[in-house]
Write a protein that binds this ligand. Structure first.
Ligand code: ADP
Ligand code: MG
Length: 551
């Protein structure tokens, strides 16, 4: 039932087979879809959250607790579901953590909006109220945020642990080990930009993984791990204090592509021709030798003959190295990438304490390590099998995100649902000052934020309503905003004592993206689909594109 004439007075031609949903129906449907998506990831929230096993059409298995990954793998088709997936991705990209939080918050915001719409409140009023609430939330966050110094490893390690909290990546000691690796990695690549602001480019914390060993064997390489072999068996397997040349040059004789034909009429001519080729290759190698290089990495190929001469000169060479790896090597070793051999001089060479080829689970890899002050490092993940190392990679990505956001932003908040209670309390009292219909939206916003402590309590088997009531009143007391859900003791507890700390930026981004997504979805009152399929008419309808959602 539309509450608007078709096309709002305009004539709209729809393609054949297209379907259209209008007004309240569109809103109801979209809200239902958003709630369904949120409920699909809800059970994974927090340390007591459950994992999901996803099986792709090809039969590949992923076991994960990562909100963004789950949604990404679900192949949702409904446009609203896609918006929900996108906010998880944005969260992942912007701050690297809090992906489940943002999705369940958005779901809850829309659920609240749905209630208000049923009560006859117009979506634009709700949107206005939500915007006011989001602004207020930002303000409250900055008030309750605590400062951390980047040399305060203790606090950073706690933040890392919480970020890994819900991931199934080994025992506490292993998690502590991973956290330390990430903190050290992030600190090494952190730099100041032109304006003197600290920046951390996550690309320069390279992640390599190989199944085998245990998660505790995961290590930090102060340099770059290149997943390639040394080109020739006659080359040394390792060099200490290596002088590194980085080339974007082929050590090959270009075979002309024109029709140039070489007339070879006698064996002598053939011989002469080959000798000339060989001489040219030898000259190339001589240039490298002359520069003082003891190792070279090139993006291009290396001819067998050139390999032979390099081996004779005792130079380690690795060919067909990915461009991105060459760039990382440049940052790690301070080498300059050279595009013409004639330009190569000792000034272009980089340094590494050790370059070594090692056999890892049957495959050869080249470790360029012990670099001094490397601006590019590698975390080398190990673990029992592919599923395990994949999940370790996802957690490490989260931790890199979490740790770098606190290091850049300098602030953290108290987790375990604690900061959400501060936000909800603050928003409720703010709503009193605002009054009007927006007040109702702000209250719904407060309820939505509380979905975090509520879900954490549920996952621990506690009574969610009781927990919320207790937490709200504790936070108003003089002990203040440190109480959250103690998921180990199944009670409420002082989260600052347990070191449940989270980056302020992660919460900020979650609130920002969740309310933005809610706004986008609430603004839609006309859904036209040319796909010849009628979008679902209610919760759990078809059109979720094969996602099995649960309640
Ligand atoms: P997200 O994808 O949103 O980061 P997680 O599954 O990582 O979801 O869960 C994060 C939530 O779990 C946060 O609200 C965080 O405060 C909470 N959490 C993490 N560790 C603990 C803990 N030890 N005790 C209580 N809550 C925790
Ligand atoms: Mg997390």
């Amino acid at each position: 039932m539309s509450d608007k004439p078709l096309g709002g007075g305009q004539v709209v031609y729809l393609p054949e087979g297209a379907s259209r949903v209008l007004g309240r129906d569109a809103q109801r449907m979209n809200i239902a879809v958003a709630i369904a998506v949120a409920s699909a990831v809800k059970t994974t929230l927090g340390p007591k959250g459950m994992d999901k096993m996803l099986v792709s059409e090809l039969g590949d298995i992923i076991i994960t607790n990562d909100g963004a990954t789950i949604l990404d793998e679900m192949n949702v088709e409904h446009p609203v579901a896609k918006i929900m997936v996108d906010i998880a991705k944005t969260q992942d990209k912007e701050v690297g953590d809090g992906t489940t939080t943002v999705v369940i918050m958005a779901g809850e915001l829309l659920k609240g909006a749905g209630d208000l719409i049923e009560q006859g409140i117009h979506p634009t009023t709700i949107i206005r109220g939500y915007k006011m609430a989001a602004d207020k939330a930002t303000h409250i966050l900055s008030e309750v945020g605590r400062k951390v110094n980047i040399s305060d490893n203790d606090t950073l390690e706690k933040i890392a642990l919480v970020s890994m909290g819900s991931k199934n990546v080994g025992d506490d000691a292993t998690k502590a080990h991973l956290g330390k690796l990430v903190i050290s990695a992030v600190k090494q690549v952190m730099e100041k930009d032109a304006s003197g602001k600290s920046v951390i480019d996550h690309d320069f914390v390279k992640i390599e993984k190989k199944a085998g060993g245990g998660i505790a064997d995961t290590s930090l390489i102060s340099g770059v791990l290149v997943d390639k072999e040394i080109a020739h068996p006659g080359m040394p397997k390792s060099v200490k204090n290596a002088k590194i040349a980085l080339l974007d040059v082929a050590l090959e004789i270009e075979k002309t592509e024109t029709e140039a034909k070489i007339e070879i009429t006698s064996p002598e001519q053939m011989q002469a021709f080959l000798q000339q080729e060989e001489r040219m290759l030898k000259e190339m190698v001589d240039k490298i030798k002359k520069s003082g290089a003891t190792a070279l990495f090139t993006q291009k190929g290396i001819d067998d003959v050139a390999q032979h001469y390099l081996a004779k000169a005792g130079i380690i060479a690795i060919r067909r190295v990915k461009k991105s790896d060459v760039e990382k090597l440049a940052r790690a070793t301070s080498a300059r990438i050279v595009t013409s051999l004639d330009d190569l001089s000792s000034k272009d060479l980089g340094d590494a304490g050790l370059i070594e080829e090692r056999k890892i689970s049957g495959e050869r890899m080249v470790f360029v390590e012990r670099c001094k002050n490397p601006k590019s490092v590698t975390i080398f993940i190990r673990g029992g099998n592919q599923q395990v190392i994949d999940e370790v990679e996802r957690s490490i990505t989260d931790v890199i995100g979490a740790v770098s956001s606190v290091m850049i932003d300098g602030s953290y908040v108290i987790g375990g649902g604690s900061v959400e209670i501060d936000l909800a309390n603050g928003l409720r009292s703010y709503s009193q000052d605002v009054g009007g219909r927006e007040q109702l939206a702000i209250q719904k916003f407060a309820d939505a934020v509380e979905v975090v402590p509520k879900t954490l309590a549920e996952s621990a088997g506690m009574d969610a309503i009781d927990t919320l009531v207790q937490l709200r009143s504790k936070h108003k007391g003089k002990e203040g905003g440190v109480f959250g859900v103690d998921i180990l003791k199944n009670t409420i507890g002082d989260m600052s004592k347990h070191g449940v700390f989270e980056p302020l930026k992660v919460k900020q981004q979650a609130i920002y993206s969740a309310s933005e997504a809610a706004e986008i979805i609430l603004r839609i009152d006309d859904m036209i689909s040319s796909r010849g399929r009628t979008p679902p008419g209610g919760p759990g309808g078809p059109g979720m594109g094969g996602m099995g959602h649960e309640d």
